[in-house]
Design a binder for this molecule. Structure first.
Ligand code: NI
Length: 205
């Protein structure tokens, strides 16, 4: 096990477009050890996800895992998932419209800051897992936003780039004091709309 350093905003590696992982690389012990380290680092930081670019590795790999997450207690649980070379498409609702919501996001690479980002609420991600097995994940609600956030990292994007109203930026103490309650109500409405329950306790950050 190794916990890697998580790069912070301003680090050039966070702004690089990661390259696909080759089949030959997938089979190497070095790659498998890196995936283990990525997961360990995500868990050590209480992250809901972590992309390789955040630890300075320019490969299209990210990990996602939400379970009683203290940083995001309103997020539905999502099993530990490794996405290699993921591709994301936005899916329409039954009536052909596209569901979008304004969601407060944070990022381990952007310490002590949250802000509102518009995210699509229904997506399909096609990828392979750490061993090269095909994965197709259809996600709705807040989980769809989490996946978009992680895949953005692989293209050198941070949630900051998608904040359209900079007045929503808030440090965590002020998020807790002034914005958390309102947003939790919004998040619960999103969870209810997509038929999922928040996985976490009501623990605060
Ligand atoms: Ni992030």
């Amino acid at each position: 096990m190794a916990v890697l350093e998580i790069l912070k905003v301003g680090a050039p590696a966070l702004r690089t477009v990661a390259r696909p992982v080759t089949e030959a690389e997938l089979a190497t012990p070095e790659f498998q050890a890196f995936v283990d380290d990525l997961v360990d680092t995500m868990h050590a930081a209480n992250g809901a996800g972590l992309a390789a670019t955040q630890v300075g590795v320019g490969l299209r790999v990210c990990a996602v895992h939400v379970r009683n997450n203290p940083r995001y207690p309103y997020k539905p649980d999502f099993p530990l998932t490794i996405l290699v070379n993921p591709e994301l498409v936005v899916l329409p609702e039954a009536d052909g419209s596209y569901a979008i919501a304004s969601i407060y996001e944070g990022c381990l690479s952007v310490p002590d800051l949250r802000g509102r980002v518009d995210r699509n609420l229904r997506v399909r991600v096609t990828a392979v897992d750490r061993y090269g097995a095909p994965r197709i994940i259809e996600a709705a609600g807040l989980t769809a936003g989490t996946l978009q956030h992680e895949l953005d990292h692989l293209d050198g994007l941070l949630f900051l780039d998608r904040v359209t109203d900079a007045t929503t930026l808030s440090n965590w103490a002020n998020f807790d004091a002034h914005h958390r309650a309102g947003f939790v109500a919004e998040a619960q409405a999103i969870n209810a709309r997509f038929g999922v329950a928040a996985g976490g306790s009501a623990a605060s950050d």
